[in-house]
Design a protein around this ligand. Sequence first.
Ligand SMILES: NC(=O)c1ccc[n+]([C@@H]2O[C@H](COP(=O)([O-])OP(=O)(O)OC[C@H]3O[C@@H](n4cnc5c(N)ncnc54)[C@H](OP(=O)(O)O)[C@@H]3O)[C@@H](O)[C@H]2O)c1
Length: 219
Amino acid sequence: MFARGVAILGGTGQQGRGLAQRFAAAGVAVTIGSRDPGRGREAAAAWGLRQPIRVESNATAAGQSDTVVLAIPFGTADALLDDVRSSLRPGTVIVDVTVPVAFPGGKMTMIDVAEGSASEHIRARLPPEVGLAAAFKTIPARLLGAGDAPLDCDEFVCGDTEESRARAVALVGLLPGLRAVDVGTLARARHIEHLTALAIAINRRHKIHDARFRIVGLT
Ligand SMILES: NC(=O)c1ccc[n+]([C@@H]2O[C@H](COP(=O)([O-])OP(=O)(O)OC[C@H]3O[C@@H](n4cnc5c(N)ncnc54)[C@H](OP(=O)(O)O)[C@@H]3O)[C@@H](O)[C@H]2O)c1
């Protein structure tokens, strides 16, 4: 399913870096997309990777793979999509990791999104021949980036088509210790994004960094 590799736009960041390292460790060819590939290559070189990871411009990375992870701050999504839209091939599935949260003055707030969720906002700005799924929204970056630390949790997946969801479920399945839980249509993304806000609140209240979710009763 990932013969053409996986591109991670924003892969130099906190969430993207952990995903890039773990997909590469699973044997997938990973290309990171960056606004500044030169700076991105320097950053990736400092990670001490066991597997090579390419770094290209966001548009080049987006056009090289048919599975494209969007791991950028939500507020920057419109500009990034304008940059990469014409590079996306028909049949590409975007896996959206973004969560519409902001931290003005250090206080966490959910950004009000007219479409109901970050994923639905992004869906509305993609060509119809490109699919969209949401995943990796509730797994904390600090845990993802912690080398071989066990992830040991569930990851919620929703999407606009069966094909989009299947692609995202397979991507989640590449990471040992993560179980994909298909929660249905893209409209479920708003609930997933609020769960991320809840995990952040739990982290802050209990002074931890790795609050995450496990569904019981699901076999
Ligand atoms: N951090 C977490 O624990 C966590 C957990 C779940 C979900 N998420 C979500 O994952 C997404 C990424 O989070 P993060 O913490 O990894 O973010 P981040 O480190 O602040 O940024 C990720 C990358 O996005 C690119 N970027 C930054 N500003 C940009 C702009 N104006 N235009 C285009 N690209 C820009 C940068 O890459 P270049 O400079 O190389 O272009 C940066 O390295 C967010 O939507 C977040 O809500 C995060």
